[in-house]
Design a binder for this molecule. Structure first.
Ligand code: DGJ
Length: 750
């Protein structure tokens, strides 16, 4: 993050009771209305500080009285009063009633940003990087206090929001719905964008116009899910990658969530984001407090790309933590698709030795190394090495891998237990389930009750022992099934609605303890591919396994969609063997690499089975990636041509260095066509005044390379575009699934 921005302020004007969060890029404004509620005034491009903006809200508001007040914009809408839109906060009082009338009772402005108890959140490294406003609202009946927290960062077009609900009364109160943020916008000319899919095709971009009524994405799976992601965008219908207004809403959370937009009869829009209310409740004894996860709201006047820039930087620099946050990430070989469960010391060492010859830096031993694990039906929970497969243990193996000149990494799935395991025999009551009911089967495994401290303590002990037992530099933390029959034996009946959130808190606790103890270990999160690829995980694991699908055609869509919110440094991207294990497609090796380069590169195949041509091609890929690693992992990612628009047959994107002196462009054509016309892709993000040397990768076998192989101006490349189709049909690249990269390097002016 940059040096503190003097323009950044969170100010409260006592005369008008107006809150203005301002940083020269955006403003966020709220005001106490006449009935005491906190009204929303504005979120968008920066407005001059020091002025009153009450005119952006109602002239006066003394409480909901009739239809004419129903569209009033509020910061924390509640149910049971005259606001009939979706609420942000609902409680059940001791008498069974559910109405809340929240009125302003005070505020404070603090330098920096407080942490949220038990939950991951964005942070600052010095108090000058951000200011936080905390506004206290109290229910008319006095028993419920609500604190709304808003953080403005010095140099990011985002507002971080969270909510704390405290029982200030004498009897129990139950929170039924506690959204992290609710935003009222004055019109409904918005498209809702979300990232949806399923296993092996996660985070495809879906765009739909808002209509009167509600539109929502959510997860009820106990994890953020493959199906939906806790990230949505409201974009103007004409908004593109680089133009038009867009608001982003991202939840720093890994469990059940809901993102929901409602267009009311007056054509206003409310968007709420937070923990999924279905099935949720949280009982507060007198004096207790509940904290919601954090929501990050972003504004861009420069299209979706502007939003991505904001999220990428914030999440890479002030959400991800630890020693690996800023370090170049190693190029790895993962054993899964190359060996599956069939791992043994000899096989693993042969794979590692072959990988090392290719220049690969880290060997990751995936599933199959522990207990009696020969397939998916046993041993989860028994985190002791299988000596039949690895006679010298993890230590012996890891040291031999290190002797090859590589680091050693390991797969674990701590939250799970197999019915066929010692752990389950010893602690059958540790697995989630409802006494007297059958458990829903999934991948032959059960989920441990992570809401229980003794189970988290046990896992911290046994996983800690594993990590201490050998020189382990990397951990892939998997989560291969969702949670069914949610229930904890440790919770009383009236608190079972807390279970899934307590589960997530337990996972965070374990992650927190392990990452704090093993500070030099690089953690990669995983959930059967990308089933928990969310900002909550990113706070502990600076990279995540994006998807089990590695076919490049599928990956173009997955990585494009993922990049809307998540930075390149967070996306694990591997080259796999062909035919692809999921879809059977046979894409050229160069194309597989040219897609996987944009992220944290790995290979997931058996390198002992490669032919000499493949070996030399991969060695060249590894060397190429290593040379441009900084760009591929930390460059500004600019999306150029979408796989979700038109026929989606041509896709292009690029990564640009912060100083704009270097960039790599990726261009992909899925199906080839006869007589393809001249192709030009206008680039973005370059220095218009600079001259760039353009080289093609893989090195030229057609005129595409030579036509660009000259020095071209940044203005030329951005306005006229890079040339992507061969000048003469007979020299055109042949076949489907083509890819071409262009490396741009600024040359000094002559
Ligand atoms: C699912 C992961 O996504 C795969 O990469 C692999 O680790 C398997 N689980 C192992 O069971």
């Amino acid at each position: 993050m940059e040096a503190p921005n003097r323009q950044m302020t969170a100010t409260w004007d006592r005369a008008t009771n107006q809150l203005h969060l301002h940083n020269g890029r955006i403003s966020y404004l709220a005001r106490v209305l006449e009935d005491g509620s906190l009204g929303h005034l504005y979120f968008g491009p920066a407005l001059a500080p020091g002025r009153g903006y009450g005119h952006l809200g109602p002239p006066e508001f003394h409480g909901f009285s009739d239809r004419l007040t129903e569209f009033i914009a509020l910061e924390c809408p509640t149910g049971g009063g005259g606001d009939f839109r979706i609420p942000a906060l609902t409680v059940r009082h001791a008498d069974g009633s559910a109405a809340l009338h929240l009125a302003y009772a005070g505020h404070r402005i603090i330098a920096g940003k407080p942490a949220i108890p038990g939950l991951p959140s964005t942070y600052v490294e010095s108090p000058g990087e951000a200011e936080t406003a905390e506004v206290l609202l109290v229910d008319a009946a006095g028993a419920v206090e609500v604190r709304l927290l808003y953080t403005i960062f010095a140099d990011a077009p985002v507002i971080a929001r969270s909510v704390r609900v405290r029982n200030a009364g004498q009897r129990q109160v139950t929170v039924r719905c506690a959204m992290s943020a609710s935003l009222d916008l004055p019109d409904a000319r918005w498209d809702l964008l979300h990232l949806s899919g399923t296993w092996a095709r996660e985070r495809h971009v879906v765009r739909q116009a808002l209509r009167p009524g509600r539109a929502a994405v959510s997860s009820l799976r106990g994890a953020s899910s493959h199906e939906h992601n806790p990230f949505v965008v409201l974009a103007r219908p004409h908004a593109t990658e680089d133009q038009g207004e867009a608001y982003g809403f991202s939840l720093v959370y890994s469990g059940n969530f809901r993102a929901e937009a409602e267009v009311d009869a007056f054509g206003t829009t409310r968007l709420r984001l937070g923990i999924e209310p279905e099935g949720f409740s949280w009982t507060l004894d007198p004096g207790e407090e509940f904290s919601t996860p954090e929501a990050i709201l972003a504004y861009s006047g420069a299209g979706l790309g502007g939003l991505s820039d904001a999220y990428h930087r914030l999440y890479r620099e002030r959400l991800a933590r630890g020693a690996w946050r800023d370090r170049p990430r190693p190029i790895l070989l993962n054993s899964w698709e190359g060996a599956y469960f069939d791992v043994s010391e000899n096989r693993v060492l042969a794979m590692a030795a072959a990988a090392r010859e290719l220049g690969i830096e880290l060997f990751v031993l995936d599933d199959g190394w522990f207990g009696e694990r020969d397939d998916a039906t046993s041993s989860l929970g028994d985190w002791t090495v299988n000596r039949r497969k690895l006679p010298d243990g993890l230590d012996g193996l890891a040291r031999r891998v290190e002797a090859l000149g590589m680091r050693f990494g390991l797969w674990i799935e701590p939250e799970m237990v197999s019915a066929r395991s010692r752990l389950f025999v010893e602690h059958p009551d540790w697995a989630i389930g409802i006494p007297g009911r059958p458990r829903t089967e999934s991948r032959s495994q059960l989920v441990l009750d992570m809401s229980r401290a003794e189970i988290v303590d046990h896992l911290f002990g046994v996983i800690g022992d594993v990590l201490r037992s050998a020189p382990i530099s990397y951990v892939k933390w998997d989560f291969n099934r969702n949670i069914t029959e949610p229930f904890s034996l440790a919770l009383p009946a009236e608190r079972q609605g807390e279970f899934l959130h307590r589960y997530v808190l337990g996972v965070y606790d374990l992650y927190d303890r392990l990452t704090r103890e093993f500070t030099d270990v690089l953690f990669e999160s995983c959930a059967g591919g990308g089933g928990r690829f969310d900002p909550g995980m990113l706070a502990f694991s600076p990279q995540g396994w994006t998807s089990d699908e590695m076919d490049p055609v599928e990956r173009l869509r997955i990585q494009w969609g993922t990049s809307l919110c998540y930075p390149l440094s967070s996306m694990g991207a591997h080259v796999a063997a062909v035919p692809n294990h999921q879809v059977g497609r046979i894409a050229p090796l160069a194309t597989r690499a040219a897609v996987a380069f944009f992220g944290v590169l790995g290979y997931e195949l058996d390198p002992t089975k490669l032919d000499p041509d493949e070996r030399s091609a991969i060695a060249a890929q590894v060397a190429f990636y290593a040379r441009h690693r900084e760009l591929f992992q930390r460059g500004r990612f600019v999306r150029l041509r979408s796989p979700f628009e038109g026929d989606g047959n041509e896709v292009a994107w690029m990564a640009v260095a912060d100083d704009r002196r270097r960039a790599v462009v990726g261009w992909y054509r899925i199906l080839n066509h006869p007589q393809a016309g001249p192709g030009r892709i206008p680039l973005r993000g370059l220095d218009p005044g600079a001259r760039y040397r353009v080289t093609a990768w893989p090195p030229g076998d057609d005129s595409m390379a030579s036509r660009n192989a000259l020095e071209r101006g940044g203005d030329d490349l951005m306005s006229a575009g890079i040339l992507v189709v061969a000048s003469r049909p007979e020299t055109a690249a042949r076949g489907d699934f083509q890819a071409r990269l262009f490396v741009l390097e600024a040359v000094d002016a002559d």
